[in-house]
Ligand binder design. Structure first.
Ligand code: FAQ
Length: 328
């Protein structure tokens, strides 16, 4: 087991003392697979953990635009450029649905964004790795969107209504993203020897960080047990990671690429692959903000926020004027 500062500081979502009758009624509704809606009573720890998860999910979508955004001007054809532009715009939309869903729990978007910019709120570790070649754009669609779908399809049945409903459209769009990424990989893997080498190199660099997207092992995950009980999460981190490996390895085989894991082996008994140990020290370092391009990512976000303050101010002034006109 790995014990790091992050794990020591991660507090499990323990409920404060709540009215036992209300808590029992809430838990019965969750157990009956009813959706909890914004105005319903909910334990404070449920509200807190959902705000944490949904806002971090939103931040991931927004920061996640940066690695691919870097390649819009360098896409190899007009068709690829148009597709990538649409995909990156979709991620912006996902971020906005998710901020809206999180706002229904009582935290403002301003507060959530401040938490991201101050480093208090996390975003997915995966977006702290650089996109070095065009093949990385294929690898992101195939692996990163692939991992995101694996995690988000079950979230369509998460117990909080606004989060579950946001996931429906997000999953449809992620599915297109995954296919466009795999199609890039397929094209490069069937291309010249140099293109195939470039594709294999991208898979080598993105494979392990993609497995880290699912979070720490269940035994070291402070939030999983309570989130499973409240049906915020429908599967554990390890269950989803295993499913991802089982689906993705044959996809690599199908296009002649090799997953960079010497310990990868089909296990007949469990009906899935055994795979090598993830470098959890690297994961925790990246979570703490030490990822290869973490500083660059946060600077890009802060600059975008500050340089575009005039847009927010203009929109607020316009809304104010309009409200005044309507009241007159
Ligand atoms: C599974 C997990 C991520 C973590 O499970 P939990 O029960 O919440 O936590 P657990 O106890 O297991 O962990 C202990 C601590 O470690 C943190 N941590 C763990 N893993 C990570 C990590 N990988 N990165 C950073 N931090 C991580 C965790 O927050 C917690 O710290 P906290 O207590 O908060 O301070 C869960 O929150 C979830 O399903 N989220 C929704 C899905 C979502 O957010 N998807 C994002 C990708 S969307 C996408 O890619 C679309 C796209 C594609 C392409 C381009 C652009 C966009």
């Amino acid at each position: 087991m790995y014990t790091t500062e992050l794990q020591k500081s991660a507090k499990p979502a323990v409920a404060p003392i709540e009215d036992p009758e209300k808590l029992a009624a809430f838990e019965a509704r969750v157990a009956a697979d009813e959706f909890i809606e914004p105005k319903d009573w909910m334990p404070e720890a449920y509200r807190r953990t959902l705000t944490r998860q949904i806002s971090q999910h939103a931040h991931s979508e927004i920061v996640g635009m940066l690695p691919e955004g870097n390649w819009i001007t360098r896409a190899p054809s007009l068709r690829r450029k148009a597709i990538l532009l649409a995909k990156v715009q979709d991620e912006a939309g996902h971020g906005l649905y998710l901020y809206s869903a999180a706002e229904t729990l009582g935290t403002s978007r301003q507060e959530m964004i401040e938490a991201l910019h101050s480093g208090k709120a996390k975003y997915s570790t995966i977006f702290n790795y650089p996109t070095l070649t065009w093949a990385d754009i294929g690898a992101i669609g195939w692996l990163v969107d692939g991992a995101a779908i694996m995690n988000q399809v079950p979230l369509q049945r998460t117990s909080y209504g606004p989060y579950a409903r946001a996931m429906v459209r997000v999953c449809k769009e992620e599915s297109f993203h995954q296919r466009q990424g795999y199609e890039i990989c397929m094209t490069l893997a069937n291309g010249t020897p140099e293109q195939k080498r470039m594709m294999q190199d991208a898979l080598n660099r993105w494979w392990w960080p993609s497995l880290m997207m699912f979070g720490p092992p269940d035994a070291d995950s402070p939030n999983t047990a309570q989130s499973m009980r409240w049906r915020i999460k429908r599967d554990t981190n390890d269950e989803l990671r295993q499913k991802f490996v089982d689906i993705t390895v044959p996809q690599a085989d199908a296009i002649g690429l090799k997953v960079p894991d010497p310990d990868l082996k089909w296990n007949d008994e469990k009906g899935g692959y055994d795979f090598g140990e993830i470098d959890w020290e690297e994961f925790y370092a990246v979570v703490k903000g030490e990822g290869p391009v973490a500083k660059e990512r946060m600077k890009a976000r802060r600059d975008a926020w500050e340089n575009n303050a005039w847009v927010r101010e203009a929109a607020a002034a316009y809304a104010g004027k309009r409200a005044k006109r309507e009241a007159a």
